[in-house]
Design a protein around this ligand. Structure first.
Ligand code: FMN
Ligand code: ADP
Length: 317
């Protein structure tokens, strides 16, 4: 997949099959659209183009509301889009100025003159241009003038599967990891660098790698303990993650930390990826470190049980 971070860089493509949108999540609903553009491109021997915006429009338009929480960083999203067959990702720098562009100018200047769109596929509810004024109806009306084919993904196709990035965000914010993962079609993940913490973990037999997230706007799920798969370089481990204020030991700032099972290496400075698989329990304040340690041993047993069931299931297949 080729990535263009400016309109000027976008090359001439003979038969561009285009869709537009933020695609944060690259969830099962998005995947339907991506499959459709892939099919069309295969049929007409064209190439798929996704027109997207960065930063996320809501981050630029409503910065005072602390912006939006993203499901994926730009790089994560790009990697996912590539895996779903997008050939060209045009990521238009989204500014306040750009947001004022009228929808007819967007169609004419970008879709028609710049990209030379042959086929455009969009969801029935997609909106674009100043104040979200542009819609399928606008595009439909312009179709003859500009000579591109338009295809709408109908309401039923989108509503029936009942998936949206907003629903995924809400599921994560309420600890419903299973539902979020089902909608995404893969486990939700947190990626970042291992930084130094307070070095208490190792004194109670549970060292925890503290993570600084790659994407500062990343949505962090509700506080609590989680079962995770930890990916370090090319290896994968079982782990237990804690998100929260650690009321037992300090309680000053939110931490993301993971104890990796059957692991004993120094990984400070490494980038690691955590795939969230299940919610274990809410965070609690314990009497003392001994009580916390007892709870961690119970949590660990649950992680072990979870992975042995998972392995059994995959062996039975
Ligand atoms: C799976 C897991 C669950 C945790 N749950 C809690 C909790 O409920 N309450 C709490 O105060 N701390 C909890 N902790 C964090 C510990 O309080 C402690 O901060 C940590 O293990 C050591 O931090 P350090 O890396 O800064 O040394 C948990 C840690 C892990 C790995
Ligand atoms: N099983 C393990 N799980 C997590 N980190 C481990 C493990 N074994 C060794 N480590 C290393 O120990 C560090 C965590 O130890 P800890 O005492 O909690 O210190 P800190 O407070 O700096 O995170 C990790 O960053 C990692 O480099």
């Amino acid at each position: 997949m080729k990535i263009y971070k400016s309109l000027d860089d976008f090359p001439y493509i003979e038969k561009p099959v285009v869709t537009i949108g933020s695609f944060d999540g690259v969830h099962l609903g998005h995947q339907k659209i991506l499959k459709r553009i892939n099919n069309i491109a295969r049929t007409i021997k064209g190439e798929t183009v996704l027109v997207s915006f960065w930063p996320h429009p809501r981050m630029v338009l409503f910065p005072e509301s602390h912006g939006i929480k993203l499901l994926y960083s730009f790089d994560e999203k790009a990697a996912l889009l590539e895996s779903f067959g997008v050939d060209h990702l045009l990521s238009i720098p989204f500014t306040k100025e750009f947001s004022k562009m009228e929808s007819k100018d967007f169609i004419e200047e970008i879709l028609v003159n710049k990209i030379k769109t042959k086929k455009l596929v969009i969801g029935y509810d997609h909106r674009f241009g100043r104040g979200r004024e542009g819609s399928f109806a606008h595009l439909d009306a312009e179709q003859d003038r500009y000579n591109f084919d338009l295809e709408e993904i109908p309401r039923e196709d989108i509503d029936n599967i009942g998936i949206s990035s907003t629903k995924i965000r809400k599921a994560l914010e309420s600890g419903d990891i299973v539902k979020a993962n089902e909608f995404l079609g893969r486990p939700y993940n947190l990626r970042g660098n291992v930084i130094e913490g307070d070095k208490i973990g190792r004194t109670i037999g549970y060292p925890t790698a503290n993570i600084k997230l790659d994407e500062p706007h990343k949505l962090v799920p509700i506080d609590g303990a989680y079962i995770v798969r930890v990916l370090i370089d090319d290896a994968s481990y079982a782990g237990m993650l804690n998100i929260g204020m650690r009321p037992t030991v300090s309680g000053e700032r939110k931490n993301i930390e993971v104890n990796i099972l059957d692991f004993d290496q120094n990984i400070y400075g490494k980038t690691i990826n955590l795939q969230l698989l299940a919610f274990l329990r809410p965070e609690k304040k314990f009497e003392d470190l001994t009580a916390l340690k007892m709870q961690l041993s119970k949590d660990r047993n649950q992680v072990v049980d979870f992975f042995s069931t998972l392995n059994k299931k995959s062996n039975d297949k």
